[in-house]
Write a protein that binds this ligand. Structure first.
Ligand SMILES: Cc1ncc(COP(=O)(O)O)c(C=O)c1O
Length: 463
């Protein structure tokens, strides 16, 4: 893991051909920017950010081949040849039959939710994701968390903390009846749990369970390449299989998938829905023309679909995924060596600081994870994001805050963008903020939008 940890045995499988200058603004300018943004990193200008770890979504560096693909855009309204390249890539690597492009992941979430959920249905899943759950609720469903308990414990070292607890699922079936459960919403990896994977054994057992009750399994495949890497590394019988082989087997136990292509597929925009049921595909295709665009572009330009088709094949390469996850681990190791509390084991796409242990004196009502994002930015211009009580939002029935067990600050690593030196700077900044933690006070929320409040809420420091 670098000179600090002995001989380094791996490096990124690429070299840099084009760069984008970045710079750190002064502490006074950062304070001004933070105030103007209402202490919400989503409301900051990227120019005011030094190292941007807000998200790994749409922030990857495309390859020379992807950029070449951009020049091959076939911008016909209907039947663009780039769509057929995309369709073939999804069918080839994921194995689903019908492919519907969308502008990004939530476009696909919208289609699948509206096409399959009836008012009063229940959607069990391995922990909520913000946009996924909202679309399920807007379609009339209620999300029910059925992840194993370990997934809610930032210190538990279970190798597959994203697994579904089949006893919890059984309890839901017994309570509401299988006919009220259109599908299990399965995500690999689980973003809100810290990028934690689901095992092959678990999805196989889930398939057997769902077959007994005629329940579908729909996969949020957003970071399935990283999930497949963890299976290869940790699960018996998979060490000599490629990520592509593991992905194909995993998907074979599911009935459909939606995808935010802005992650694994190394593009700046794009998504898709892929299903095996012809009638679900028909319903989704009917809706795509209302909300996204024709079923052969779904909100993307032809050139975007070409870059995406190429990114599907590039992102799945074993050496790429391994170096990507190991860079995340490198940052995690630096922090753990300083005893800074993070979610363990380190997941695939991000380091999640455990704000409850970082700031034990700040109650969840004073938004410790949000506070930590602001403190980090003020220290060094590093941008992170909140994944705690703000992201969890309010219970639609009671209107009260939802208090998740996990109160986290996410430092998400874009793919192929930052170097080891950037990771060192980030770690040192977190250490500096940790060293003054006892003097840090929380925030109060002064503006709250109706939906997905973490994007646009505003805060002020408590005095
Ligand atoms: C697990 C997961 N699902 C769905 C989405 C939604 O995708 P998009 O942002 O492309 O709409 C995201 C985005 O962050 C995600 O991380």
């Amino acid at each position: 893991m670098g000179q600090q940890f002995g001989r380094r045995s791996w490096a990124e499988p690429w070299k840099i051909k084009m760069v984008e200058p970045i710079c750190m603004i002064t502490p006074e300018e950062r304070l001004k920017a933070c105030r103007e943004a209402g202490y919400n990193t989503f409301l900051m200008r990227s120019e005011d950010v030094y190292i941007d770890l807000l998200t790994d979504s749409g922030t990857s560096a495309m390859s020379d081949r992807q950029w070449a693909g951009i020049m091959l855009g076939d911008e016909a309204y209907a039947g663009s040849r780039n769509f057929y390249h995309l369709e073939e890539a999804v069918q080839n690597y994921y194995g689903y039959q019908y492919v519907i492009p969308t502008h990004q992941g939530r476009g696909a979430e919208h289609l699948i939710s509206q096409a399959t959920i009836n008012q009063g249905d229940y959607i069990p899943g391995n922990m909520y994701f913000t946009t996924t759950r909202l679309h399920q609720e807007l379609a009339g469903g209620t999300f029910v968390d059925v992840i194993i308990d370990e997934g809610h414990d930032p210190t538990d070292l279970h190798p597959f903390k994203g697994n579904v607890d089949l006893d919890k699922l059984q309890a839901l079936v017994d309570k509401v009846g299988a006919d009220k459960i259109p599908y299990v919403s399965l995500a690999g990896t689980v973003n809100m749990a810290g990028g934690q994977p689901v095992s092959m054994a678990n999805v196989r057992d889930l398939r057997a369970f769902c077959d007994r009750y005629d329940i579908r399994i729909y996969l949020d495949a957003t970071r399935m390449y990283e999930n497949a890497f963890f299976i290869q590394e940790r699960e018996d019988g998979y060490a000599s299989k490629s990520i592509a082989e593991i992905l194909k087997e995993f998907c074979s136990y599911t009935d459909a998938a939606w995808m935010s292509a802005k992650k694994d597929h190394l593009v700046n925009i794009g998504g898709w829905l892929a299903v095996n049921d012809a009638d679900v595909a028909e319903r989704a295709r009917n809706m795509v023309v209302v909300y996204e665009g024709l079923h052969t572009y779904g909100g993307m330009a032809g050139r975007d679909m070409e870059a995406l088709a190429i990114g599907i094949a590039e992102g799945i390469m074993d050496d790429h995924v391994a170096s990507r996850v190991r860079q995340v681990r490198y940052l995690g190791k630096l922090l753990m060596d300083w005893d800074i509390p993070i979610v363990e084991p380190v997941g695939g796409h991000a380091i999640f600081l455990d704000a409850k242990r970082f700031y034990p004196h700040i109650p969840q009502d004073h938004f410790p994870a949000q506070t930590l994002t602001a403190q980090l930015y003020l220290d060094s211009g590093v941008r992170s994001m909140e994944r705690g009580v703000v992201s969890a939002g309010r219970d639609p029935e009671t209107g009260a805050h939802r208090y998740p067990a996990l109160e986290l600050t996410r430092l998400t690593i874009p793919r192929r963008v930052y170097t080891q030196a950037h990771m060192d700077v980030v770690a040192e900044s977190i250490k500096a903020v940790y060293d003054v933690r006892e003097a840090t006070k929380g925030l109060q929320m002064v503006f709250e939008p109706e939906y997905l409040r973490f994007f646009q809420a505003r805060f002020e420091p408590l005095t």
